[in-house]
Ligand binder design. Sequence first.
Ligand SMILES: Cc1cc2nc3c(=O)[nH]c(=O)nc-3n(C[C@H](O)[C@H](O)[C@H](O)COP(=O)(O)O)c2cc1C
Length: 499
Amino acid sequence: MVWLGIFAAVLVLIALYDVLQRRNSILRNFPLIGHLRFILEGVGPELRQYIVTSNDEERPFSRDQRAWVYGSAKGLGGYVGFGTDNELELATNYVVVKHAAFPLPRPAAGDDVVPCAKVLGAARQRRQAFRPASLVNVSAMSFGSLSANAIRAIDEGCAQAGCLHNVGEGGLSSYHRHGADLIYQIGTGYFGCRTPDGRFDLARLVDLVQSASVRAIEVKLSQGAKPGLGGVLKAAKVTSEIAAIRGIPEGVDCISPSAHTAFNDVDSMLDFVETIADATGLPVGIKSAVGEQRFWDDLVAAMSSGDRGVDFVTVDGGEGGTGAAPMTFCDHVAFPFRVGFSRVYRTFAKAELADRVVFVGSGKLGLPDNALVALVLGCDLVHVAREAMLSIGCIQAQRCASGHCPAGVATQSGWLSRGLDPAVKSPQLAAYVRALRHELLQLAHACGVEHPALVTTEQVEVLDGRYGTVPVSELFDYPPEWGLPSREQAEQLHRVLVA
Ligand SMILES: Cc1cc2nc3c(=O)[nH]c(=O)nc-3n(C[C@H](O)[C@H](O)[C@H](O)COP(=O)(O)O)c2cc1C
């Protein structure tokens, strides 16, 4: 009996410790039973080796990929022993980076200075054109789909890492005002910059962006996980706080239309972009998944005179994430990143307009190999969403749509989000972003160039599973100069890097 009492007392003490500690959200939210996860995780590799999945099988992010993000976020250095556990010779579509025989010196530990190779807004001479200091930034995710603590952790982490934080289409909340430079996103619901009947309100936009550290504006046409559809935030999640931020009624389903009402074709879209850029002085771009080609042909044709144009184009891959979307749209609508992005880049490059636009990519690009291929294909910036979530404690439970995220990241539950302490998680976000930049710099130096944007399409090949390989240049039909900054941009970049 006495032993039973001691045992119960120990359990109570552990439970109390779990609830009061702030380092681990799962234990804070699920005292005592949360330990089961870690015990199972500890023996997971052994169990999986025999009966479940391998390190590379799970989706959207494999165990190896998640481990890289977790390790980076915790400053563990990303080293593995014993060699690769991937099957190299027989793998298909497997990326191989061709190192230089005489590489540049390895970057110093902690060197993660990797700015954008282009100046955002320079081509159209926007009043507030700037060179993004970080090639890696955090992609759009709204307050509403993520918890207040998650948004705050991301914002503080972005400030620490010196990268941009895209607020998402749900407007600008107080949790976005913790030091990071922001990209303000305008979705079809115009949340935060709308009239009471849901139309775009330019004056409100100007007031809003002037009230915060907004550096650029992104007009969202579509998102890889749900292209051609607007979002829905269920009534239960439309709290008074969210209603006030978005400028919508409280406790009523919040539905964003599938298309914009402020414009309806490329011509009127460019007028919209120019109006916003004039009124705010900020660079303005668009975000889109890639479906029909005609839109891109029309856009390039309309920009070719040089009188109007977008400052950046964010291409989101069909493999991209979402807070909630129908499965068919996630699985079958819009091209995957490499297919879609190369089509868009090719359209601009053929018209000799690629140098005038900053290309942003998203869609599982928060891993060094994927990010490098994106940069080789012509991306100037990579934006990461779910990898950023992983870095602040997401365990890929895939419960974002239900609102019951056990890690407190994608939920509005006060109890669950309480487990996520921004003071603990923001340095993790920053460490992850820095680690990704550092790894990209290491890859560039191994290839003999001083910046990842200078790695060419000839320096990356893809294995075909039959002992053959194809260079990226041939696979995507890129002439040698495509995917690289212009000579002038490369010279300016060099001056920035040596400064
Ligand atoms: C929880 C969640 C919320 C998102 N909210 C938005 C949003 O408000 N606007 C948007 O353009 N994209 C949104 N996205 C898409 C991401 O910004 C990004 O484009 C996509 O997930 C691909 O990046 P990833 O593979 O690094 O996650 C969201 C994604 C997630 C996972």
